[in-house]
Design a protein around this ligand. Sequence first.
Ligand SMILES: [Zn+2]
Length: 297
Amino acid sequence: MTQFVITDRVLEDIRVNIAAHQPERGGALFSFPWTNWVVDFLYDADAVTTSSTYTPSAWLISEVQKIEREKGVHFVGVVHSHPGGADRPSGPDHEAFRSNLHHNPHLPAFLAPIVTKDRAADDGAKNETTLGASSRMTSYVAYRSQPGGPSEEAGSMLKADLGWFPRPRSGQPVRLEPAQIDIMSVGEDIAALTDQLETCPGGSVRHRTGPPVALGATSFLSEAIEFGDSSLTLLISSGYPMVAPIALVSTASGQPTHQVHFNWPFLHEGDRSQIWSGLLDSIKAAIQQTETGKQDV
Ligand SMILES: [Zn+2]
């Protein structure tokens, strides 16, 4: 089963913009280039929808290209909702997946989750993700079929004449597989960190999510947190939370930004309360050092 990692922020955007409303609605998903790490979502506010169809708008298509240019992320798929418990792609959906793969030759695969408002995810179904109390997202990934290879529901696909993007004149049918979604709890963890930074000397904490940062071949989410005279930039890689973020700290105006090293726990499922304690200790020590330095002058 193909695996994708989706940040909790993207899931929350999908919940608020799609799962919390009547079907059908949809939006675009973005990953860092050449990865299965989904880091951005754009709700298609301009789409023409009915209770049983969703067709992406021209606005979404042009906006996708703009976001790819500006943020350095890749369009990787479309999430949309279905009525009732219809958690399988329809015939027109198959045609749309094929069209998307045709018009995005750089995409090895097309991610296509379907949101339904019937129940929470079944724990045993690896391609289901809970979105709120009684909604779920069932995820699929579409591949180009090899010539002569198997295709799922090719017959129903060919009957449809609806495409999300302009329909290609010819093309192979798509092969569809369930996709496993792992959730990266970055939004929740950063909120916990800003809460804990309130206990540091210096007053209020201001946080903003920065643009993605590419260093060499590795992409990072960036978080900028200011507190008192100090600022902290966290660069979070796809290995998070197994791999610690890079922490860059500036402790006073005019001071050079430097990397702080800190203890990072080996995380166990469900036990995240202590993840920032090593970082907080290192930041407090850095501030203390600056204060001592000031007194020496
Ligand atoms: Zn559909």
